[in-house]
Design a protein around this ligand. Structure first.
Ligand SMILES: [Zn+2]
Length: 450
């Protein structure tokens, strides 16, 4: 069993998982005690399951150990809703959607929180350009995003918190940081003092010399005069003029910085420590480094057990981004292509490498979708149970979705079909659809009942 030493007995695996004795040599624990611990443990999936993925924090592909109790808690940083979602966003979200589906397939409950950053400078700038209220812009784009995700069969999140609904809690967190001496005033603003953090720079797997330019590139202000350290980051922006984008709070009138938003919302909805923290790879620094430092200062514990990031998609050699104006919008693709086709097209990329978006992928994806649609309406099927096993194995191995794509290509062309007399092949095909969020296999219901 991957994730455990070869010599571990099943009881020892239970003990390892149940009590998180990761640093203990379980073989030295008495057999009686091992049995007592094992007896109090119920869900089999927690004993037997092992998945591997790349943990950004550790810089390696490692085993994911499920929590000893309760659901797998996952927080993924959402979008700032000032424009429509593009395929890069959908690729990121779909990675976590398939991860969630695989964990649920294995019997885990997954509690996914995906925030909406509706308190953020780009919204104010775009709203001013449009001549509209920023709340109107944020509500419209948030609604459009939810509609796109629904259309693309995304599992509903446990919660989709809006940053604007947590401003008081954010201000209270900032006040606690001030009171503890972890933050300081600069003019009317409040900054986190990274000098009070044990390992702010060391915790980032990026060379230190790159951090200041990266922070400047990604919305920070390392050059601001008066900061104690260039990497100190904004917790609270004080507003003293008639700027309407401000809240009256325990730290005065103003609005929260971006990073404190996710620390507060994740703690409010998932607790002091949760299992998997995700987002685009551009959030590794500074956003997630800042979150970690704040949360550690506020709660005394690490924010997440695993950090998993998704690489960007590119368009004809250029990273897809709003600033470059080379976006492929999801809602526009939905006007021309089936949702399953779009999902399938994105399955040709690995989450760690991303890749160049090519419209031709849609044509290939449509061929697979069409083949699956034909497959569900005939009595003979290929050996889908073998394909299902391979797909599960690929997903457990660092979420190797391109390998899944290859399996689907083979399945769509497989002519070695036999009558599915016991229904096992149809059931396996249905499970493949559930695992990957493909609605086309739901045609099975109709074909079976007719
Ligand atoms: Zn975030």
């Amino acid at each position: 069993m991957r994730g455990y030493a070869q010599h571990d007995t099943w009881i020892q695996r239970v003990v390892m998982t149940r009590c998180r004795f990761h640093t203990v040599n379980v073989s030295r624990i008495s057999l009686v005690w091992q049995l007592e611990i094992a007896q109090s443990y119920v869900p089999l999936c927690y004993i037997l399951y092992s998945m591997r993925f790349y943990d950004t924090q550790q810089g390696a592909v490692i085993d994911f150990r499920p929590p000893a109790h309760g659901p797998v808690r996952m927080y993924t940083c959402g979008v700032t809703p000032y424009d429509a979602a593009h395929v890069g966003h959908i690729f990121t979200f779909m990675t976590y959607d398939i991860l969630q589906r695989r964990l649920e397939d294995e019997g885990f409950e997954v509690r996914l929180v995906r925030n909406v950053t509706d308190v953020d400078e780009p919204i104010y700038v775009r709203a001013a350009e449009n001549g509209e209220d920023y709340r109107q812009l944020a509500a419209r784009e948030t609604g459009r995003l939810r509609s796109v995700l629904d259309s693309l069969h995304f599992r509903p999140a446990h919660a989709e918190p809006l940053a604007s609904e947590y401003v008081d809690q954010m201000a209270e967190a900032v006040k606690r940081l001030l009171d503890q001496g972890d933050a300081y005033h600069l003019d009317h603003d409040i900054y986190f003092d990274i000098g009070k953090s044990d390992d702010f720079e060391a915790s980032v797997t990026i060379p230190s010399r790159l951090l200041v330019p990266l922070m400047a590139e990604r919305g920070g202000d390392p050059d601001r005069h008066g900061k104690r350290h260039p990497l100190d980051f904004l917790l609270w922006k004080g507003v003293t003029d008639d700027d309407p984008i401000a809240w009256q709070t325990v730290v005065g009138r103003g609005r929260p910085g971006w990073h404190i938003e996710c620390s507060v919302m994740s703690e409010a909805l998932l607790g002091k420590q949760f299992d998997i923290h995700g987002g685009g790879v551009d959030l590794v620094f500074p956003h997630h480094a800042c979150e970690r430092a704040q949360t550690a200062a506020l709660t005394g514990s690490p924010q997440a057990r695993y950090w998993m990031h998704v690489a960007p998609t590119a368009l004809y050699g250029e990273k897809m981004s709003k600033s470059l104006g080379n976006l492929v919008f999801a809602h526009e693709l939905l006007e021309h292509w089936q949702p399953d086709t779009i999902r399938l097209a994105l399955m040709s990329y690995h989450y760690r490498t991303g890749g160049e978006w090519q419209d031709e992928r849609l044509t290939k994806a449509e061929a697979i979708r069409s083949a699956l649609q034909t497959m569900v309406s005939v009595p003979e099927l290929p050996d889908t149970t073998a394909y299902l096993a391979s797909i599960r194995q690929a997903l457990d191995d660092d979420l190797n979705i391109p390998l899944v794509w290859n399996q689907l290509c083979c399945l769509s062309r497989d002519t070695d079909k036999t009558d599915d007399s016991d229904g096992s092949r149809r059931a396996a095909l249905m499970t493949i659809g559930d695992l990957l969020g493909l609605d086309v296999v739901k045609g099975l219901d109709a074909s079976q009942s007719s």
